[in-house]
Design a protein around this ligand. Sequence first.
Ligand SMILES: [Zn+2]
Length: 300
Amino acid sequence: MAGISLPGFAPLSVIDAVIRQTNAHTEATSTEELVIEAREHVVSKGDSIFGIAQDYKISPETILWANDQLDDNPDMISLGVKLTIPPTTGIYYKWQEGDTLQSVADRYHAKVDDIVAWPGNKIDLSDPKIETGTYIMIPDGWREFVQWVVPTIPRGPAGVLKTTLGPGACDTNEGGYGGSGWFVWPADNHFISGNDYWSGHLAIDIAAGEGANIYAADSGVVVFAGWSYGGYGNMVMIDHANGYQTVYAHLSRIVATCGQSVASGQRIGFSGNTGNSFGAHLHFEVRYLGGWISPWTVLP
Ligand SMILES: [Zn+2]
């Protein structure tokens, strides 16, 4: 059997490719029907990217990557919006002029063989030309997120820029309380209502109705209090002076003020639906040494 040459990568035996394609299909159908085509999901009340992804048995990142209108921000969904749900975890890619299987595979950290073997791609091995504008599934492909996040603001004399972060940025926030390193829940409910912590959502969304009390998760000093850009809405950031910072977003009202020392469990504001938010809840982030960590690792 002579090898054939696909654009951009080494000759591949037709028989070899066909066998792998058959195997891939057999593996999946042994448990349940293999989904090979993208589907459409209309966002309804109570939906989150995380929950939708679980329903369709794909990663939540896959949905963000396939829906440009979300700007890599899972909070950007709204009622009635139509989402593209790729058939499997990875990148659902619209073929561009000049693409080759190798260049696309490289860009998304994937393997040419996996793209060729995905049955939904219907790549004709005798004439492996992909029309510009065709959607191709890149199984297990991935890319970086470009989501805007509020940078971690350390306690210190240097004011942060209200022009880039929002009018809630504090001018100065020196001294004051430090944290104990022991956290309390920042809301009366101790469960999530929407997005859990994952790479596209570096927070947990805690169930908290409009106007519910929001508390400092540990003692510290308020380094941001007010409106923030980038979808966080009314936001409080507390520096705990022990490497930890916590963020409380989408608040309806803030009672803490810039530079204030707050005690663990002290009320700092009320839950709401400001910024990019799909129903009232508390978007709660925990940062450690400037990076994001899962709030589940510190909450009791
Ligand atoms: Zn959130």
